[in-house]
Design a protein around this ligand. Structure first.
Ligand code: 13P
Length: 253
């Protein structure tokens, strides 16, 4: 059975002391209330806080993910972080192809594909983001866009490699805007993505792939989003910066 996943993407937020407080707040809440069965929590802090978070995660309440990785092995790439480094720090997941990286840092589908390869080579599971911008949705181009992102970013993988992939559908018009996709819109796109995977790798691989929704997901709307058969959890931005909100979203399965 595929996993339900709630992943917190902190983006570029919080000082170190605040980050420490957030993780210990999440731990305190999870000590009182166990996560629902088959639910995995992942925290994706900024790079400098990874070690603090992996230290906490030794108590195994959650797994740790990075927010980005470089697409080269190693070498003279000032300011960059490799998959090999993440692996050596017990990081288990990494977000790739987030719309903010596509929009502000020129992350193309070809770069996403290279980053995914680096992560898989280093035993880190990629959380690969896809999603259309508002004009694309208004022009009814959302399926075409997502098909391209998934095909060009991921379909060079073997079925065995693809088994490591988590997908996050994040309609760009819903990120940080307070405007959530309706449960029906999320389900429609998630089913479409699962169909693409089934066509390429077969039904078994498609059924085993966790597909998360992201974009203004909050404790108040998580339950109706996660109730859909093809929505296997969420990639949470703003609401993951507050321990109680984030844990409440994880309890929504
Ligand atoms: P918000 O939850 O703040 O809309 O962000 C979603 C997101 O981009 C997660 O990666």
């Amino acid at each position: 059975m595929r996993k339900n996943i709630v992943a917190g993407n902190w983006k570029m937020n919080k000082r170190f002391d605040e980050a420490d407080e957030l993780v210990s707040g999440i731990m305190d809440l999870l000590e009182k209330q166990e996560l629902p069965q088959n639910t995995l929590m992942i925290l994706c802090p900024p790079f400098p806080y990874l070690e603090m978070c992996t230290d906490y995660s030794n108590d195994s309440y959650f797994a740790i993910g990075a927010q980005n990785v470089n697409d080269n092995d190693r070498g003279a790439y000032t300011g960059e972080v490799s998959a090999e480094m993440l692996n050596s720090m017990e990081v288990e997941y990494c977000i790739v192809g987030h719309s903010e990286r596509r929009a502000y840092y020129g992350e193309t589908d070809a770069i996403v594909a290279r980053k995914v390869d680096q992560l898989i080579k280093n035993d880190i599971r990629p959380i690969v983001c896809c999603g259309e911008v508002l004009e694309e949705r208004e022009g009814n181009k959302q399926f075409e866009v997502v098909r391209r992102q998934i095909t060009d970013g991921l379909f060079h993988l073997s079925a065995e490699q693809f088994a490591n992939i988590v997908i996050a559908y994040e309609p760009v018009w819903a990120i940080g805007t307070g405007k959530t996709a309706t449960p029906a819109q999320a389900q429609e796109m998630h089913a479409f993505i699962r169909g693409l995977i089934a066509d390429k790798y077969g039904k078994e691989v498609a059924e085993a792939t966790s597909i998360l929704y992201g974009g203004s997901c909050k404790p108040t709307n998580a339950k109706e989003l996660f109730a859909n058969p093809d929505v296997d959890g969420g990639l949470i931005g703003g609401a993951s910066l507050q321990a109680e909100d984030f844990v409440n979203i994880a309890m929504a399965f």
